[in-house]
Design a protein around this ligand. Structure first.
Ligand code: AMP
Ligand code: MG
Length: 356
């Protein structure tokens, strides 16, 4: 028998541009209720969902992604009742953050009730909760009538998916269905904040910035690093231990003042060309006017990091699909606001960081 005949049926894809998208939503909700897996859009990236309270269903997410079992999943909810069903207690500061930022790109880590299976929490006593700001996601949760555990809908370690086609590329045949709601607006995963101590700790930066959180609840701690943890270092969020966002092609990030970055970039491109290697640049519009190479993908305007947030995973995936030997990323982008989250992902994706 050929390999092709051994393959499972292909994944169902429902596009919101199709007339029968409503039927697709109903089928997808039915799949979740029966313990299957469905990828769906959120305002951050695409998620791969299953019934958060059904351990067998959640196992399928880990299997499809190849995700390490100790890396917990974010549970997506559509109303505050679901939050009360899942969290042992909701501290006053958590309440304030929910009121201000939900629905939105903020995940809160709270003490979990026993109903949440170990597979969902990665064996922790806490659970990450988020109410996404996307009509398709909210409708899927409502119709399934259960909270939906959903990590990013990519192969573990690869750049996160911001379109349904990215999900198809990574997971076709490994999951039951995909709801295509178009490209995601923010393009970067949610901010994760641990609310189990007196002082909230930010475990992953995102669009909701450190300043936004401080303004809402006062004191906060920074609990994340912009690089993968070394062996032996303790991770407060298990996700910090693992390689992330990496294309197959080698990635170099060059940081420093603008002139020095351009000089270093030009030199590396020349060196590569001398060796007969092809180079892709992932650079701001301004840098693209100064440095040239074989492929170029835009990070947008230097002073507008929200544009870079929207294109970071798309750009890494696109450049990885072209025939190049090296991706050079422009570290002259503004690091404020969502820029901090963009650099967190870029530094983790980089095989090497040069301070020019
Ligand atoms: P993903 O959904 O793939 O973007 O990954 C979710 C992120 O949230 C990972 O970095 C997890 O380690 C983190 N996370 C989820 N639940 C918890 C939790 N209960 N405690 C700490 N970190 C968590
Ligand atoms: Mg992920």
């Amino acid at each position: 028998m050929s390999n092709r005949m051994n393959m499972r049926c292909r994944t169902l894809v429902f596009r919101n541009s199709d007339e029968n998208f409503e039927d697709g939503l109903a089928i997808a909700a039915d799949i979740i209720s029966k313990g299957g897996t469905v990828a769906f859009p959120t305002e951050t990236v695409y998620g791969l969902g299953a019934d958060a309270l059904n351990a067998d269903a959640v196992h399928k997410i880990f299997k499809a992604k190849g995700r390490p079992a100790d890396n917990p999943l974010i549970v997506h909810i559509a109303n505050i009742h679901q939050c009360i069903e899942l969290a042992e207690e909701i501290p006053a500061d958590a309440m304030k953050l929910m009121e201000k930022f939900w629905p939105g790109p903020l995940t809160l880590i709270l003490k979990a009730k026993d109903v949440v299976p170990d597979v969902t929490t990665g064996g922790l006593y806490t659970v990450g909760l988020r109410m996404p700001d996307n009509p398709v996601a909210l409708e899927l949760i409502r119709r399934s009538d259960t909270p939906i555990a959903a990590p990013s809908a990519n192969t573990s370690g690869s750049p996160s998916p911001t379109t349904a086609d990215h999900v198809i590329h990574d997971l076709d045949g490994k999951i039951d269905a995909i709801l295509d709601g178009g490209p995601t607006q923010i393009g970067l995963e949610s901010t994760v904040v641990d609310m189990t101590d007196k002082i909230p700790t930010i475990l992953r930066p995102g669009q909701v910035s450190v300043e936004d959180i401080k303004e809402c609840v006062g004191d906060v701690r920074i609990g994340y690093r912009d690089r993968t943890l070394e062996e032996g270092e303790v991770a407060r969020s298990p996700g910090m231990k693992y390689t992330h966002y990496s294309p197959k092609t080698k990635v170099i990030l060059i940081e420093g003042n603008i002139k020095d970055v351009h000089k270093a970039m030009t030199e590396i491109v020349s060196d590569c060309h001398r060796e007969g290697e092809r180079v892709g640049l992932f650079v701001t519009e301004e840098t693209a006017k100064i440095v040239n190479a074989d492929e170029i993908y835009s990070l947008g305007k230097r002073e507008v990091p929200s544009q870079a947030a929207r294109s970071i995973f798309m750009g890494l995936r696109h450049l990885d699909s072209t025939n190049i030997d090296l991706i050079i990323v422009d570290g002259t982008l503004n690091k404020e606001g969502i820029g901090a989250a963009v650099f967190n992902r870029l530094r983790k994706a980089a095989d090497r960081i040069i301070n020019a």
